[in-house]
Write a protein that binds this ligand. Structure first.
Ligand code: AVJ
Length: 316
C-alpha cells in the first residue's frame, strides 16, 4: 500500500466498523498476503471463474483485435491482479503486430510489481504503464492525459460483481465518461447458475475462502495495531438466487471487544454480530444488456465459455 493510501484505509475501516450493520469493502482484501490467498482461490477446482474467462480470452482475442481496425491503442485493465488471463490477449495482439501499450490498474502495489516483472520479462518491448490505486483515482489520472489513442478497457474477472447492481451502473457510467467513440469496454460477468455451484466457489470445504476473508482482520491487526482474535471469527456465505448476490460475512463468535491501538479506538461487537465484507453479484443475460443500457453504452456482443457459466460482454 502506498503511503498516500494508509490514511484512507484507516478512515474507511473505522467508519465501516462504526456503521450499522458493520461493513468493510472487499477491496481491502488485497494486501501481499491477500494476493497470495486469492491466487490459491483461483487455483481451486471449485472456483470455476478463472478457467472460464481464460477460455473466453483465448477465443475472443482475434475478434477484439479486428474491432480496433488496426489503430494503435491503449489496453487498460481495471483490477489487473496477476494478469494471468490477460496474457492470452496480449500474446495474440503481439503476434498480430498490434501497436499498443498495456496500462493495468490495481489497488495492490504488490500485484503491480509482480505483474511488471512478468510482463517486462516476457515482452521487454511492450510499453508497460501501470497505475496503482483504486479505480476512480487511477482512471482520473489516465483520463487527464489525452493521448488520442483508442482504448480497449478490460474489466475482467467478475470484478464488477463486487459492486451492487446499482453501484455497478454508476461506476460503469463513470467509465463511460472517460471513453470516446471507437473505444471498447469488455467486462467479465459471472452468470446465474446452480446455487450449489456458486456457493461451493465461495464456501470451499478446504477453507481457502475463509482464510482469504479473515485475512482482512489480520491485515487490520498488522497495519493498524488492532487485536482481533481470529479464532473468534467465522466466515459465512450466502447466495440468493433471485437477486444473484453471493455475500460474505465475518461473524463474531460471542461478544468481542477489539482495540485498534494506532487509531485509539475500541469497537464492541455483540454476540454473533456480523461484518459484511463482500458481494459477488451474479447476472442473467438480460440483466447484463439492461446494465449496458442503464450505464449509457451500446451492447455489442457476449463471449461465453463452453459451459455457459461466465461471459465477457463487449460494449461501446
Ligand atoms: C476478484 C472479485 C472476482 O468475487 O469472485 C473470490 C473475489 N472472493 N472468492 C469474486 C473472491 C472470494 C472475486 N473477484
Amino acid at each position: 500500500m502506498s503511503n498516500l493510501e494508509q490514511p484512507i484505509f484507516a478512515k474507511e475501516i473505522i467508519s465501516g466498523l462504526r456503521a450499522r450493520p458493520k461493513q468493510l469493502s472487499s477491496k481491502w482484501f488485497y494486501d501481499e498476503r491477500g494476493d497470495e490467498l486469492f491466487r490459491e482461490i483461483m487455483a481451486m477446482p471449485e472456483y470455476y471463474l478463472t478457467d472460464c474467462e481464460r477460455e473466453i480470452f483465448q477465443k475472443c482475442a482475434p475478434e477484439l483485435h479486428a474491432l480496433l481496425e488496426g489503430q494503435p491503442f491503449d489496453l487498460i485493465e481495471l483490477g489487473a491482479g496477476d494478469g494471468s488471463k490477460t496474457q492470452h490477449l496480449i500474446e495474440h495482439f503481439i503476434a498480430a503486430r498490434a501497436e499498443f501499450a498495456y496500462r493495468p490498474i490495481d489497488i495492490s502495489a504488490h500485484a503491480i510489481d509482480i505483474l511488471g516483472d512478468l510482463i517486462t520479462r516476457r515482452w521487454p518491448l511492450l510499453p508497460f504503464l501501470p497505475v496503482q490505486g483504486d479505480y476512480f483515482a487511477a482512471l482520473d489520472r489516465i483520463g487527464s492525459g489525452r493521448s488520442g489513442r483508442r482504448r480497449l478497457v478490460l474489466f475482467p474477472g467478475a470484478n464488477v460483481g463486487n459492486f451492487s447492481p446499482e453501484d455497478a451502473a454508476v461506476f460503469l457510467q463513470r467509465v463511460g465518461k472517460f471513453m470516446r467513440p471507437g473505444d471498447l469496454l469488455l467486462t467479465g460477468f459471472d452468470l446465474k447458475k446452480s446455487p450449489a455451484k456458486v456457493l461451493a466457489a465461495y464456501n470451499d470445504q478446504t477453507g481457502h475462502t475463509a482464510a482469504f476473508n479473515l485475512n482482512l482482520l489480520a491485515r487490520i491487526n498488522r497495519e493498524l495495531g488492532a487485536d482481533f482474535d481470529l479464532k473468534n471469527w467465522q466466515h459465512w456465505e450466502t447466495y440468493d438466487p433471485i437477486s444473484g448476490a453471493a455475500r460474505s460475512f465475518i461473524v463474531a463468535q460471542g461478544r468481542q471487544t477489539v482495540k485498534i491501538a494506532d487509531l485509539e479506538e475500541t469497537i464492541e461487537f455483540e454476540p454473533f454480530e456480523a461484518i459484511g465484507v463482500e458481494i459477488s453479484q451474479k447476472y442473467s443475460r438480460s440483466e447484463i444488456k439492461q446494465l449496458a443500457e442503464d450505464s449509457g453504452f451500446h451492447f455489442v456482443k457476449n463471449f461465453e465459455d463452453e459451459k455457459e457459466w461466465f461471459l465477457d460482454s463487449l460494449w461501446r
